[in-house]
Design a protein around this ligand. Structure first.
Ligand code: F6R
Length: 243
């Protein structure tokens, strides 16, 4: 694993955007795996800036997102579809038909998960997968488990997550209780993985995930087994690692 130490969030975002932009330049019709959450927002902003300058062309790029809430319409501002449009897709020349997320409105989980998994395979797999890291080591919606989850599947959100999300909704009944997510195997099949982490609150989990034992109790620890992973983290996130 390559570890790139950034000064702060902005520096992390620029370094991560550089890696994504190199991927697009090297293979203009690449398949990018994308993530939501707060960490990649700065990376997306930087990519938009370079696009505006004429340095980056998304015309032939295809994207597949890691996850989506089940039962949440695209128009809901908490959907990951909405997030991606609001933070990247609407500001670059990407073809909307080449942007893919699990369809949260498909009630048949088995059908949707196999459709999404087959879609990724039909695209020839993911060239570069961008990931964020949860405080408990989750990647996508793959939470700590007894065993590593395999391909795209439907997860029941933990009560903690439902409680934490309720501030974004009118009532607890509106908070999604399930989500579709790429599985650990889907993520591990990406040719390259780029994981971005920022902040002191992630320092403990960074140490556990990348320097501790590989265990499904820390889902991101499996990335130690991937042949081409780059961790771009700021000094605060790396403060508990001896590097
Ligand atoms: C988002 C995702 C999540 C986040 C993780 C970190 O698509 O799959 O695993 O990457 O929860 O979130 P932030 O960046 O908000 O700390």
């Amino acid at each position: 694993m390559k570890i790139i130490k950034a000064k702060d969030y902005q520096d992390m975002s620029r370094k991560a955007a550089n890696i994504i932009s190199a991927q697009i330049i090297m293979k203009s019709d690449c398949v990018l795996g994308l993530a939501t959450g707060s960490t990649p927002i700065g990376t997306y902003k930087q990519l938009i800036e370079w696009y505006d300058k004429g340095d980056l062309d998304f015309g032939d790029v295809t994207t597949v997102n890691l996850d989506e809430y089940k039962g949440l319409p695209r128009e809901n501002d908490q959907s990951y579809y909405y997030f991606m449009h609001n933070n990247l897709f609407d500001y670059v020349n990407i073809n909307p038909e080449r942007t893919h997320l699990p369809n949260g409105m498909e009630p048949d989980s088995e059908k949707e998960c196999s459709r999404y998994e087959a879609l990724i395979q039909s695209l020839g797999g993911v060239d570069l997968q961008l990931l964020g890291l949860g405080h408990n080591g989750h990647i996508g919606f793959n939470e700590p488990e007894e065993a590593f989850e395999t391909v795209t599947h439907c997860v029941d959100l933990q009560q903690r997550t439902i409680e934490a999300n309720k501030r974004f909704f009118d009532s607890i009944d509106d908070v999604p209780k399930q989500a579709y997510t790429m599985g650990i195997k889907t993520i591990m099949m990406a040719k390259k993985i780029l994981i971005v982490v920022s902040g002191e609150d992630k320092a403990e989990i960074v140490k556990k995930a990348f320097f501790g034992p590989v265990t499904p109790q820390v889902p991101a620890s499996i990335l130690q087994m991937h042949p081409d992973v780059t961790l771009v983290a700021d000094e605060a996130a790396l403060s508990k690692c001896n590097i």
